[in-house]
Design a binder for this molecule. Structure first.
Ligand code: ZN
Length: 286
């Protein structure tokens, strides 16, 4: 039985691992094997090709990955001036760019069901977005993520993700960058590289790997179904060569498919962690 606290070296916090709690009585909701009845095209979906979005704009008749500016952005270049904050509080304009990326024109498919070549197209488009948004002087960080399932606040099943290009770095990323820099200064080695070496040495938590990429449940996982997908060699950014891309998305696909079979419906939160090195962290819940 594993019952202990484990140090999360990237977040600098303790994680409680209490495996015996998996056997506790469960009186909450359970979901039977429900097959999706969603159509390929839904005339009421604001993400389907040719349909009107909430802002009135009409989607083109796209047949590939399609990215557009979010109609209800959390950050925007024309965000209003902030109201002066009282006392010790601070505020400023929510400057940035928010976009939506439709992974496919098909309404009723998931990222896990897409052919690897199509997932590769998604990654290529995200690389383009990273080049575009990350190269702007007013942008400090580009966050790309996909939340999936009503339980995590996503009611539209059309496969899509979010892009937040912000004028600040989110705290989690800032912490990962800070501790990685300090580790490099103290050890002259990459922190994430050493985490990979530990996981490869142990081997028990590796789920999938090929020449370029690897997927594993980290020793310090915060969730019962948490998977890191990472390049085996550190990359400075999301922009890397096509041969590596197809290796990388192959590993992503190899992880998504079993999870989709295990959980129906599958709920997930996936985000790209882009710093000097990067990881893709999949936190699966169901
Ligand atoms: Zn749709």
């Amino acid at each position: 039985m594993t019952w202990e606290e484990r140090w999360h070296p990237l977040r600098e916090e303790w994680v409680i691992v209490a495996a015996h709690r998996q056997n506790r009585p469960w009186s909450g909701e359970t979901v039977a094997d429900v097959k999706s009845s969603a159509p390929v095209y839904d005339s009421s979906c604001y993400l389907c090709p040719g349909n009107a979005r909430v802002g009135g704009e009409i989607n083109p008749d796209f047949d590939d990955v399609y990215v557009f500016d979010n109609d209800h952005p959390c950050v925007a270049m024309n965000a209003p001036e902030a109201v002066t904050a009282p006392g010790l509080y601070r505020s400023r304009s929510a400057t940035g760019i928010a976009r939506v990326a439709c992974f496919s024109p098909r309404h009723n498919i998931t990222l896990a069901e897409l052919p690897v070549s199509d997932v590769d197209r998604v990654l290529s488009e995200l690389q383009e977005q990273y080049r575009d948004l990350g190269g702007r002087p007013e942008i400090e960080h580009v966050l790309m993520f996909e939340n999936k399932g009503e339980a995590v606040g996503v009611s539209n099943p059309h496969p899509h993700g979010q892009i937040y290009a912000t004028n600040f770095v989110f705290k989690t990323i800032e912490t990962e960058a800070r501790v990685s820099k300090r580790y490099w200064q103290e050890n002259k080695r990459s922190l994430f590289g050493d985490i990979l070496a530990e996981e490869v040495s142990d081997g028990r938590r590796i789920l999938s790997e090929n020449d370029s990429a690897i997927a594993f449940v980290p020793y310090f996982a915060r969730y019962a179904y948490e998977v890191y997908v990472a390049p085996k060699v550190t990359h400075a950014s999301l922009v890397f060569s096509p041969p590596f891309c197809i290796h990388f998305v192959s590993i992503v696909a190899s992880i998504l498919c079993p999870f989709c079979l295990l959980f129906v419906p599958m709920l997930s939160q996936c985000s790209l962690h882009l710093v000097s090195t990067f990881t893709v962290i999949f936190n699966f819940t169901s």
